[in-house]
Structure formats: structure tokens, C-alpha cells
Design a protein around this ligand. Structure first.
Ligand SMILES: *Cc1c(COP(=O)(O)O)cnc(C)c1O
Length: 364
């Protein structure tokens, strides 16, 4: 029996091969390989999509988080507050930046931080709250969280690695906090053919700081005016590829949303499909919650449907960090980590493959 893959990046490359070849050829012919015209054009186009005045291309999404945290952390503060169910990227970036991390529990329905979970934990040491728009879903409370944080001089970083294009009536993901981060890892909704990332903001001084930090802390060539600088650039070939792909993002996001809609309509009462019903969700992952996850895994294996868990180990329970968090319990985060399962969701899934997943979810 053929398998329904969790993802298959080659399908999109085959479909758009002519455009991609042309983009790469343009860069090869130009003789610019770093910070050239493709990069600058992509930054402008991305800024528009994210409702931000500035976009800064960087090497990957984890660098984007780290550079944004370094640039936005208020003087005299050093603590980052975030969720523990988002794959550890913020924790890794914060620790690399020399900051300590605290966690708020997530909302049982949306798996995102909520104003109710965050507000009681806001204190004078916390400098930045990182809101992750998880699985493609714009955190419904993001604006309320920003308001509560700003009342206390706390900055908000939106991690939009999974949510490019998600929006509510007031704007797109990335337009609500002080600064936002993006990843163009190949499996993301907007994927490069290699690594890439970006930071977006509408604050010009902050944008200047992030731009400097992404190149050694330079003010201009060979003049280092900021400490904590890195070399983290989005290269010209990836920028050209991302410009091609950005044109398709709305159609791809709609296709992902439609797939999740079909799963939600088909699933048996023993699995809850996290809904992706409106523009506030771009269907990065199709995640289901099942009390008997092990049985569901076996059932999907038998049907030839690939699956994975995003993410199996909450940040505060990761071996590398756990010593710092022995006293911390996050009941909802910990319980969801035992019950979540991701099933195939990418725009090039065929109708037959989607039907097979629907049938398997229905038969469980
Ligand atoms: C993928 C991802 C990142 C990290 O991006 P990389 O480009 O792999 O470094 C950060 N946050 C979230 C939520 C992600 O899904």
C-alpha cells in the first residue's frame, strides 16, 4: 500500500520548476549573491504581507527570534515569557541571547497563549513576551496580550514561523506586537529551498538595531557599534526563490485550510481536529487531539498514513533545560503533549490522499 506522506517538498518544485529555474538563473547572471536586488525586493514584499514598515532578511527563524529578542529587550530586564509547547525555538534563541525563560500555560482549545494565562505572570523582570501563532493559527488574544504587556513596559514578539498570511479584521500576523519573526525552513507555509528567516517591525530604530545585529553589530562597513552581533543573512538565491513562492502563498494557505476543513468534517468523535475555519488560520499543520493517541497511531499506520507529534516534549521538560524547571508544572501543555498528533497537510496533497486521511479519521 502506498503511504500518504506527511509532506513532500518535491511536488511543489516540480509544479513551479520553470519559475524557480528562472529565479535562480537571474541571480547567477547578476553576479550578486548576498544583500543584492532580490534580497531588497523580497524584504519590501514581505513587509507588505506582514503589515510592517520594515522587513530584515536573516539566516533562519531561530536567528530571527534571537536577534529580535536582543533588539527589543528593554534595558535592565532579562526575562522572556512564552509558551512551552512550540518546539523549543524561542527557548533556544532566548538562552543563546543570554536571557532566562519563563512559561505560561496555553489555552486548551487553541493551544496558544491567552490573555488569561499570561496576565497573572507579568512582572517587572519580564522584558519580552513571545506569542507563537501555533500550527498556523493567529493567537486569538494577541491584541489583548499586547495591550496588557504595553501597560507594564513589556515588549511583544510574535513568532510567525508557522503563520505567514494569517489575519483578523485588524491586520495580519506580525502586525500586532513590537516585532515579529519568520522562518522560511522548507516545510513552512512560505518555504525556501534551504534555510532562511526574517524579522519584521514598524519601529524604525528597532529595525536599524536588528539590521546591525544581523551583520556583526555594524553601524556601517567595519564599524561595530553594537555588541551581540551575528552574521545571519538571507542569501540572494533564497530571496529570489522566496519571491516566486510568495506570489502563491494565499492560494497555498487556502488549500491547507480546505484540507483541514475536510478532516474536521470527517473525523469520528474520538478525534478532535483543531479547526482552521477562517482567515485567522493558515493550516501550517493539521493537528488532532485524541485521548487514545497510541491507538490512533496504530490505526493510521495500518492505513498507510504518516503522522508525527508537534511537539512531543514541552520546553520545560527537555533534557537540556529541565534542571531549571523542576518546580514548574503546566497542566494543559503537559496533557496536550500526550494527546496531539499531526496528520498530512500540504497544498499538493492529492484528492485521493486527502480522502484516505478522511476515511481513516472517520473509521477510528
Ligand atoms: C520552524 C520554527 C522556528 C525556527 O525556524 P528555523 O528556520 O528552523 O530556525 C521558530 N519558531 C517556530 C514556531 C517554528 O515553527
Amino acid at each position: 500500500m502506498s503511504q500518504v506522506p506527511l509532506n513532500d517538498l518535491s511536488r511543489s518544485v516540480v509544479e513551479h520548476r520553470t519559475e524557480l529555474d528562472e529565479a535562480v538563473r537571474t541571480v547567477l547572471d547578476s553576479g550578486w549573491f548576498v544583500h543584492g536586488p532580490q534580497h531588497d525586493a523580497f524584504e519590501r514584499e514581505l513587509a507588505a504581507v506582514t503589515g510592517s514598515a520594515h522587513a530584515i532578511g536573516v539566516g533562519n527563524g531561530t536567528d530571527a527570534l534571537e536577534l529580535a529578542l536582543r533588539a527589543v529587550m528593554p534595558a535592565g530586564r532579562s526575562v522572556v515569557l512564552t509558551a512551552a509547547n512550540a518546539g523549543g525555538y524561542t527557548t533556544t534563541a532566548a538562552r543563546r541571547g543570554g536571557f532566562s525563560v519563563r512559561y505560561a500555560d496555553v489555552d486548551e482549545q487553541t493551544h496558544c497563549l491567552s490573555a488569561d494565562s499570561v496576565a497573572p505572570l507579568l512582572s517587572a523582570e519580564i522584558g519580552v513576551v513571545v506569542v507563537t501563532h501555533l500550527y498556523g493559527r493567529l493567537a486569538p488574544d494577541v491584541q489583548e496580550i499586547v495591550a496588557r504587556c504595553h501597560d507594564r513596559g513589556i515588549a511583544v514578539l510574535e513568532d510567525c514561523a508557522q503563520s505567514i498570511g494569517a489575519r483578523n479584521d485588524d491586520g495580519p500576523a506580525g502586525s500586532f506586537g513590537d516585532v515579529s519573526s519568520f522562518s522560511f525552513y522548507p516545510t513552512k507555509n512560505l518555504g525556501a529551498l534551504g534555510d532562511g528567516g526574517a524579522v519584521c517591525t514598524s519601529d524604525e530604530a528597532l529595525a536599524d538595531r536588528i539590521r546591525a545585529l544581523s551583520q556583526y553589530g555594524w553601524d556601517g562597513k567595519y564599524r561595530i557599534t553594537l555588541t551581540g552581533g551575528a552574521n545571519s543573512r538571507l542569501d540572494e538565491i533564497q530571496a529570489a526563490i522566496l519571491r516566486v513562492r510568495l506570489k502563491h502563498i494565499d492560494a497555498w494557505n487556502a488549500a491547507r485550510r480546505a484540507i483541514i476543513g475536510r478532516y474536521a468534517a470527517a473525523a469520528s468523535a474520538r478525534v478532535r481536529v483543531l479547526p482552521a475555519a477562517d482567515a485567522g488560520h493558515v493550516g501550517h499543520l493539521a493537528v488532532v487531539v485524541a485521548d487514545d493517541r497510541e491507538a490512533l497511531r496504530l490505526h493510521l499506520n495500518a492505513a498507510g498514513i504518516r503522522h508525527d507529534v508537534h511537539y512531543p516534549v514541552p520546553d520545560h521538560r527537555q533534557d537540556a533545560f529541565a534542571d531549571d524547571f523542576r518546580e514548574v508544572t503546566l497542566p494543559i501543555t503537559e496533557s496536550l503533549a500526550e494527546r496531539i498528533l499531526s496528520v498530512p497537510c500540504f497544498p499538493e496533497l492529492t484528492d485521493d490522499e486527502i480522502e484516505r486521511v478522511c476515511d481513516a479519521l472517520a473509521a477510528f
